[in-house]
Design a protein around this ligand. Sequence first.
Ligand code: SF4
Length: 218
Amino acid sequence: MKDSQIDEVIKKLREAVRDFTTPIVTLYSQRKRTPFEVLITTILSLRTKDEVTAYASKRLLEKADTPEKLVALSEREIARLIYPVGFYNNKAKTLKKISEILIEKYGGKVPNDISKLLKLPGVGRKTANLVVTLGYDKPGICVDTHVHRITNRWGYVKTKTPKETEMELRKKLPCQYWKDINTLLVTFGQNICTPVSPFCSKCPLYPYCERVGVERSR
Ligand code: SF4
């Protein structure tokens, strides 16, 4: 894909995903959630299906929608509320620790700065970027496995890791697309450009895509 085609590609992408379900973390931020709620939901969503995340997140946030309320719960209580998300015992421990740090170091507020967020336990670049973009409406690019895989298949970037992809996209992707690229490509990656055997025959991006590394498609 030529760099100059990015506007057309994003336009086609928006049309392509219109009828599919929006990822859970985006749905949460669209309903005017606080950065703390985006942070909690994102951590719960790691290695967990969206339906399970939605249920667990609702149960936990109904009880504890601030760090102060969350530290008042025991780890066992948190684990019970978020069950059956992946690694619920570890996540319960992590969420409690994060809340303690937020209270001690940041006056109970979630930082809006990626480098500070990365110092919190259990917070990687994906989570930090989602909090900044969806929680604070600031520019950031959240690169997860879908964004990494698809932008490489397009031939828009040539990178080995999601972190390298994030850095490349920060250089070349026009800023107006930073906030939305994750939501668009997660939905597109779950439904069309799937990890194994993507649906290239019905893909509206076929004319632009170099299909780098695609050996099998439908
Ligand atoms: S043409 Fe195939 S590889 Fe390229 S974006 Fe579409 S589904 Fe993905």
